[in-house]
Design a protein around this ligand. Structure first.
Ligand code: HEM
Length: 564
């Protein structure tokens, strides 16, 4: 189970197929395989690369052991206090809810993120401890930890932090299965990338909120004094996403500097992982193993239709109260941990899990000889295809228009050589365009498309409130509201609704979050290049100031505001 080499600052593959490895170091030693594939089959050639490097002693080596111990202790203590705070009591503040919204459910993901945090924090501690012996790269390139710690000790830090413990190689040898079905995490088809696990600073263990200092992983958003929020809180809660091992400061392990990257919790495919989960463990937990009928587990039957709701979550994430005064109410369990974030999302998750059970039941009636696993996999294949069809044939044409769809080009067939991982700029910036299309009100319509007796709901009352589905009409009124009322059309003076910028995850006594500010800060956290750079990348004119953007931002008042 190797790693596919992709074009980067580290590797270059020219048109002739020659591989160049830049900044070669001990970490690059190993077997390299070149695979040529066409419709007749494949041919493989391999070579073993030996790297001979002198093992100099570096200034930071003396501090490695004490820094590792301190980093492990600090990171673990911060994660544990966050876990205790979050899961042993009702989440109380908007920041608790945001953390719950983003906290990984798969233990493997938690371990991967912890390893990245420990590796990164160890290096920060070594850097601080050395200070005097800091070598600055004379060529003016970025600061390199390799100048501070020798390769042997860097490997030691990587090992002890857990950064080298990779996911066990997937067993893709069952061609009968893998030729027909996807692995739960996509690992047997193509590739597979979390918020910081702690909401307290590693250095002093103080909670990121209300402390307004940049103590990793806290990266609070400063609020201007003049802003109405400023008098209540000088900053908004924000914690950085956990680093993936091998990027940012931890790229020293690779003998070169790479951008700090983050870890994905969900598969990158449009493969209905929102229904089935993104790992084997999650997908098994969602299945109904009591009968061999290929079904997903169900929750309460909702009267009067008798159709089932999602099952309740059994784990620590089992409570979904919004206000302190609310009675305890469990969260629903779905393939994506964000299913409880707001009622419209929960309704759509419920619809899809019902669709799986409908398809599996139909298949069972048609194929009584199929076992439970075949029914599950065949139903999953059909439901995944339905989701892809809706995405590409119904949703995207509305979002991109004719011109955009032409640029996207039609499906050319499956290409196993494409890296299907999500681009960081897509997840962190581009695809968040969806935040501009949300209605500030969740319309709840009856069978004749009139308002239900409980009325429509302002969005902020729909956050983390799954019990409203049980108490107030089930999912049908919400679904009718979603397709019966147009999405919000963003206008230049208001791109995101006030429900998202002034009342995100609001609770009784605390300052709400602001999704627009969070999106921008997340862009900084992930190092997303600025808009002006993307213009050049997309062959648009390069701009120097806001007046150069008068064709894009026509309202001079808005340009003036942005200048401030
Ligand atoms: C009421 C509706 C919605 C709410 C309350 C909401 C809320 C959020 C929140 C709190 C985050 C995490 C922000 C952070 O800490 O960085 C987020 C991330 C995100 N949202 Fe939304 N969102 C909504 C609708 C949408 C829609 C309609 C789309 C796209 C069509 C979308 C796309 C995204 C994406 C791509 C991310 C980043 C995911 C990641 O890579 O971690 N959201 N959203």
């Amino acid at each position: 189970a190797g790693v596919q080499i992709t074009e980067s600052g580290k590797f270059h593959i020219d048109g002739e197929g020659t591989l160049t490895v830049y900044d070669a170091g001990q970490a690059d030693q190993g077997t390299y395989e070149c695979v040529a594939r066409n419709s007749f089959g494949l041919a493989v050639a391999s070579v073993f690369l030996t790297v001979t490097a002198t093992q100099d002693r570096q200034a930071g080596d003396a501090f490695v052991e004490s820094s590792i111990l301190a980093a492990v202790q600090r990171v673990d203590s911060a994660i544990n206090s966050t876990r205790r705070h979050l899961f042993s009591q009702k989440p109380r503040t908007p920041s608790d809810l945001l953390t719950q919204f983003r906290f990984p459910s798969d233990p493997f993901t938690v371990q991967t993120a912890r390893a990245g945090e420990i590796f990164e924090h160890t290096l920060q501690l070594i850097r601080e401890r050395v200070k005097q012996g800091l070598t600055v790269d004379v060529e003016g390139r970025e600061f390199r930890y390799n100048d501070l710690v020798s390769p042997r000790y860097l490997r030691l830090i990587a090992n002890l932090s857990g950064c080298t413990a990779h996911r066990p190689p997937p067993n893709c040898s069952d061609l009968c299965f893998h030729g027909k079905y996807r692995a739960p995490d996509g690992s047997c088809n193509n590739l597979h990338a979390v918020p910081a696990l702690s909401t307290a600073g590693f250095r002093d263990g103080r909670p990121c909120s209300p402390a307004c200092t940049d103590d990793p992983p806290c990266l609070p958003i400063a609020v201007a004094h003049a802003h109405p929020r400023g008098s209540h809180a000088p900053c908004l809660f924000f914690v950085r996403s956990s680093p993936a091992c091998g990027g940012g400061t931890t790229s020293s392990k690779m003998n070169s500097v790479y951008a700090r990257e983050q870890i994905n919790q969900c598969t990158a495919y449009i493969d209905a992982s929102n229904i089935y989960g993104s790992s084997e463990r999650e997908s098994q937990a969602l299945r109904d193993h009591s009968v061999p009928r290929g079904l997903l587990r169900t929750g309460l039957p909702w009267s009067p239709s008798g159709k089932h709701l999602l099952p309740f979550s059994p784990g620590p994430r089992s409570e979904c109260p919004r206000h302190e005064q609310d009675s305890p109410s469990p969260c629903f369990l779905a393939g994506d941990h964000r299913a409880n974030a707001h009622l419209a999302l929960t309704a759509v998750h419920t619809l899809w899990f019902r669709e799986h059970n409908r398809v599996a039941s139909e298949l069972s009636a048609l194929n009584p000889h199929w076992d439970g696993d075949t029914l599950y996999q065949e139903a999953r294949k059909i439901v995944g295809a339905e989701l892809q069809h809706i995405t590409y044939s119904h949703w995207l044409p509305k979002i991109l228009g004719d011109r955009g769809m032409k640029m996207l080009k039609g499906y050319q067939g499956y290409d196993p050589n494409v890296n299907t991982g999500i681009l960081n700029s897509f997840a962190t910036a581009a695809f968040r365009f969806g935040h501009t299309s949300n209605n500030p009100i969740l319309y709840r319509l009856n069978a004749t498309f009139g308002e239900i007796p409980e009325g429509h709901l302002p969005l902020h009352k729909a956050f983390f409130s799954p019990s409203t589905i049980i108490k107030e009409g089930g999912i049908d009124p919400l679904l009718r509201g979603l397709f019966g009322v147009a999405a919000q059309l963003p206008v230049p003076s208001r791109l995101l609704s006030l429900e998202l910028t002034e009342k995100l995850f609001s609770t009784a006594h605390s300052v709400a979050l602001d999704l627009a500010a969070t999106d921008i800060q997340r862009g900084r956290d992930h190092g997303i290049p600025p808009y002006v750079d993307f213009r050049v990348f997309c062959n648009l004119t390069s701009v120097e100031n806001f007046e150069d953007l008068q064709n894009e931002i026509k309202d001079s008042g808005i340009r003036q505001k942005l200048k401030k």
